[in-house]
Design a protein around this ligand. Structure first.
Ligand code: ADP
Length: 271
C-alpha cells in the first residue's frame, strides 16, 4: 500500500509512563511523548529528575514493576518503531535502540576494540563477513580506523566512548539513547562526538546537563522535573525562557544569552 502521509514515521511512542523504584521513589510520573524518525531530542532537568530512568525504559533495562508504575487504567506503554517494550520483545527492541551509557566502562567488556564492536552484530546472527564489514565501517565512522586490535582498557575516555558508539552503530539502530554522552570529554573529543552524532541519520534522545550542547545538536527539548514532563518544544525557544529553565534548576545556555545580548545591543543602537 502506498503511504500518502508525508510525515516522518514515529519511532518512539511513550504513553502514560510512570515508574516507582523498589524503595518507593517515584522516578517517572505519567510521562507521554513521541519522537519521529530523524528527530534529535534533548532531555534535560535537574539531577534526580528521572532522565536516566526514562532512557532505561527504552530498551527494558529496568525490572518490570508493572503493578507499581500503572496508575491509570489504560496500560502504560513504550513502543519503539512499532514494537512494544516487553519482556518477550526485548531482543527485538534492543536491535532498534542503541544505548550509550554515561560511563563507557559499563559498556565495554571485550579485550579488544574489534571484539567489542563485533559483539552486537554477532548476536544479531549476521554472517561473519557482514560483521567484519560493519565493524570496519563503524570504527571509521567514529574516527577509530586502525584501532581494531587495541586493548579497550588502554584508551582514553573519549576513545572508549567512541568505541561504545561504534558498537552501537554496528547494530544499525533506529533510535540512539544517549546518557550524558559528553561528560568527562576534553573539548576536542567533545567536538568529534558532536560531528559523529550529527551524521547519524536516525532519531536520537540525549539526556544531558550540557545545555549548550543541546542548542548545538537538538532541534527539540524536553524538560523533566520530579519525574514529570514540564515542557516540550523547540530547543532555542524553551531554553531561552529564563523563568521556565530556572524554575527547573537549569540556566539559559551561554550561547542563547550571548545571542540575546547581541540582539539587545543592536536594537538599542538602532533606536
Ligand atoms: P536523573 O537521571 O535525572 O538524574 P534518575 O533517573 O537517575 O534521575 O533518578 C530519578 C529518581 O529515582 C531519583 O530520585 C533517584 O534518587 C531515584 N533512583 C534512581 N535509581 C534508583 C534505584 N536504583 N533505586 C531507588 N531509587 C532510584
Amino acid at each position: 500500500m502506498t503511504n500518502l502521509d508525508d510525515s516522518p514515521r514515529t519511532v518512539l511512542e511513550i504513553q502514560h509512563l510512570s515508574y516507582q523504584y523498589a524503595g518507593g521513589c517515584v522516578a517517572l510520573d505519567d510521562v507521554s511523548f513521541t519522537v519521529s524518525h530523524g528527530e534529535v531530542v534533548g532531555l534535560v532537568g535537574p539531577s534526580g529528575a528521572g532522565k536516566s530512568t526514562l532512557l532505561m525504559h527504552l530498551n527494558g533495562l529496568l525490572p518490570d514493576r508493572r503493578e507499581l508504575r500503572q496508575r491509570r487504567t489504560e496500560p502504560p506503554s513504550v513502543i519503539v518503531d512499532g514494537v512494544p517494550v516487553r519482556e518477550d520483545t526485548l531482543s527485538d527492541v534492543r536491535r532498534k535502540v542503541g544505548f550509550l551509557f554515561q560511563d563507557p566502562d559499563d559498556q565495554l567488556f571485550c579485550p579488544t576494540v574489534e571484539e567489542d564492536v563485533a559483539f552486537g552484530p554477532l548476536h544479531l546472527d549476521l554472517p561473519r563477513e557482514e560483521v567484519r564489514r560493519r565493524v570496519r565501517e563503524s570504527l571509521a565512522a567514529v574516527g577509530l580506523d586502525g584501532y581494531g586490535s587495541r586493548s579497550t582498557v588502554r584508551l582514553s575516555v573519549g576513545e572508549r566512548k567512541r568505541v561504545c558508539l561504534a558498537g552501537v552503530f554496528a547494530c544499525q539502530p533506529t533510535l540512539l539513547a544517549l546518557d550524558e554522552p559528553f561528560s568527562n570529554l576534553d573539548p576536542r573529543s567533545r567536538r568529534a562526538l558532536i560531528a559523529i552524532l550529527r551524521d547519524f541519520p536516525g532519531a536520537q534522545i540525549i539526556a544531558t546537563h550540557d545545555l549548550d550542547l543541546i542548542v548545538e545538536v537538538c532541534s527539540r527539548v524536553i524538560i523533566l522535573d520530579q519525574g514529570r514532563l514540564q515542557a516540550d518544544g523547540p530547543a532555542c525557544q524553551i531554553l531561552s525562557d529564563q523563568e521556565l529553565v530556572e524554575k527547573h534548576g537549569l540556566e539559559v545556555p551561554l550561547r542563547l544569552r550571548l545571542a540575546s545580548d547581541h540582539e539587545a545591543m543592536h536594537s538599542t543602537r538602532s533606536v
